[in-house]
Design a protein around this ligand. Sequence first.
Ligand code: HEC
Length: 136
Amino acid sequence: MTNAQKWVAAFLFLFVALFALSKVTKNGGDEYNDLEYIMNNSSNEEIDAPTLISNLGCAKCHGENLDGTSKGPNLRGVGENWTRNDLINYFRNPSSYGKGTRFDEYRKIYPIEMRSFNSVELKSLGKIADYILKLK
Ligand code: HEC
């Protein structure tokens, strides 16, 4: 082998090695994203109602124990006024489902109406509804 041939061989080797390395690091990256995706989705599956309630900020208005603050009413015992379906619909659209004298009173007391949670997955709203229906 001449010197020139050695240099060409060395560059070829380097090129192949770098190419292989870039493949490996890229695959590593994809695996990480897939893992993250799976982790996010499986944690959504397992998330319980109290965590959802705290993550969605319900406690800011209804209190840590859901027994009310100056921004929102006590939720303990309100379950007896609701069917599961209506409660889920209320979360999605409070102004059309929050009706009756209880709500007329609420609107006098609380400066800001409850906001709609229609972007939250139905399954999560169902979990929250089940929890509030049983809350004593
Ligand atoms: C910005 C404050 C605020 C936030 C955040 C909030 N609420 Fe409310 N909520 C209210 C107010 C005020 C009312 C009174 C009625 C109305 O405004 O619609 C209410 C009413 C309710 C009622 C009906 C009470 C009854 O007497 O039947 C339920 C149930 C409820 N909220 C649950 C929740 C849940 C669950 C969350 C979180 C996903 C939440 N709220 C987030 C302020 C809030």
